[in-house]
Design a binder for this molecule. Structure first.
Ligand SMILES: Cc1ncc(COP(=O)(O)O)c(C=O)c1O
Length: 411
């Protein structure tokens, strides 16, 4: 008798489903397509010469080289955690290295938190829209999402309070240059969200993946930093923060981190031991040396290059899009969020855009926990040159105009 393989798959693993637009977006990887779909960093920005020097230096040092190639502790290299703690202190959040866990990218942090904090049916507040990858990480625990709408300043407080009143005690939030909208919370909204969470004894998971990619205006304190203002101890508190080198240095090292009260860190260390033992020792050692060598100069370059791309996208949208299409003007990050007129189907538009204009984007519906937002799109400006971005937006705008006219004629 032949085994029915699928019958062996456990319920948690069944909850994971492939995105239906993945196959469509494979076409976006062809060179003739101008793709605003991926959220990947611009590889021309990777500091290759620093990495070359760092690897050479590390392997030339007998003791450091050998220990970089050895197993290491699950918490992560103390020197790397120390560098991260110093960097966070510079941003106003004082935490000990014992509050920091190195993870395999921020994505592993999301997976650990899902397994640590969620059970089937746990109410989880997410922004509408929210980061798709986080919802994929949470999916294995089948939480009950409570979607909270957003305005230009952040999550709607009345909806957040209603969620807390309804029993939710956990929220996943991105205050800085959110993936997918590019929005950042105002200072007042940060304070208000935190105060609400504190009032209800809730925990906030702050995803700070994009917080360093700011192009305009002064940096705003993170929820973690604001939480610290009132917290008596780093082992209490309301905020768990996720960070990563993926957007500032390189994604391939897979170096992320998580800051949390110690009782939670202790549990997650055990979970790391059971799953991958630790994040690659050599990658941690190299990332630390590269960050020490390259920052803050490299960050300055990254911001300058992405600012120019953001400007190219926003000015092309302003010049070419019909008046009934609205879009965000992000002050940082990698994304612009487009809202098409009511009734537009962004998924159908993507098929036409690939076919007729060789342009790709991500239809926004996938980012909504309630699968609303059918007339929205995420456009990433990180990968292409400003000229290609302008060209792609003009093509997309022309298509939207044509489709709009057809809809008008048919009505
Ligand atoms: C909001 C957000 N969080 C986390 C991640 C995961 O990042 P990492 O490469 O550190 O796993 C991403 C990646 O795109 C992201 O956009």
């Amino acid at each position: 008798m032949r085994a029915d393989w699928t019958s062996f798959i456990a319920e948690d693993a069944r909850a994971l489903t492939a995105s239906e637009i993945r196959d469509l977006l494979k076409v976006a990887e062809r060179p003739e397509v101008i793709s605003f779909a991926g959220g990947v960093p611009d590889a021309t920005l990777f500091p290759l010469s620093e990495f070359r020097a760092v690897y050479a230096e590390l392997m030339a040092d007998e003791a450091a080289g050998r220990s970089a190639l050895q197993y290491s502790i699950s918490e992560g290299l103390p020197d790397l955690r120390s560098w991260i703690a110093d960097d966070m202190a510079g941003d106003g959040a004082k935490r000990s290295i014992d509050n920091i866990l190195i993870t395999n990218g921020a994505q592993q942090g999301l997976d650990l938190l899902a397994r640590l904090l969620l059970s089937p049916g746990t109410q989880l507040i997410v922004e509408k829209p929210s980061y798709l990858g986080a919802m994929q990480a949470f999916a294995c625990r089948s939480p009950a999402y409570v979607g909270v709408g957003m305005d230009a300043e952040g999550p709607l407080l009345a909806e957040m309070e209603a969620a807390f009143q309804g029993g939710a005690r956990l929220a996943y939030l991105q205050p800085d240059f959110q993936n997918p909208t590019g929005l950042r919370y105002s200072l007042q909204r940060r304070r208000d969200v935190l105060a609400l969470a504190q009032r209800y004894g809730a925990l906030l998971i702050e995803d700070a993946a994009y917080c360093k990619l700011s192009y305009d205006g002064a940096a705003l304190p993170s929820l973690l930093a604001l939480d610290g203002e009132g917290a008596d101890s780093a082992d209490a508190g309301t905020v768990i923060q996720l960070g990563t080198f993926s957007k500032t240095l390189v994604p391939a090292m897979r170096i992320g981190w998580l800051t949390a009260p110690r009782p939670l860190i202790d549990r997650m260390v055990l979970m790391m031991q059971a799953s991958n033992l630790h994040v690659s020792t050599v990658n941690q050692a190299v990332a630390l040396r590269a960050a020490k060598k390259a920052f803050p100069g490299h960050l300055g370059t990254v911001r300058r290059v992405y600012r120019a791309k953001r400007d190219a996208m926003v000015s092309a949208l302003t010049d070419f899009m019909p008046g009934n299409v609205t879009f965000t003007r992000p002050e940082g990050g990698m994304y612009v969020w487009l809202t098409l007129p009511e009734g537009f189907d962004a998924r159908a538009l993507l098929e036409q855009a690939l076919e007729a204009e060789k342009v790709a984007f991500v239809p926004g519906q996938a980012f909504f926990c309630d699968k609303s937002g059918t007339n929205t799109c995420r456009l990433s400006f990180s990968a292409g040159s400003p000229e290609r971005i302008r060209d792609g937006i003009e093509r997309l705008a022309n298509l939207i105009r044509r489709v709009h006219n057809q809809v008008g004629e048919a009505a």
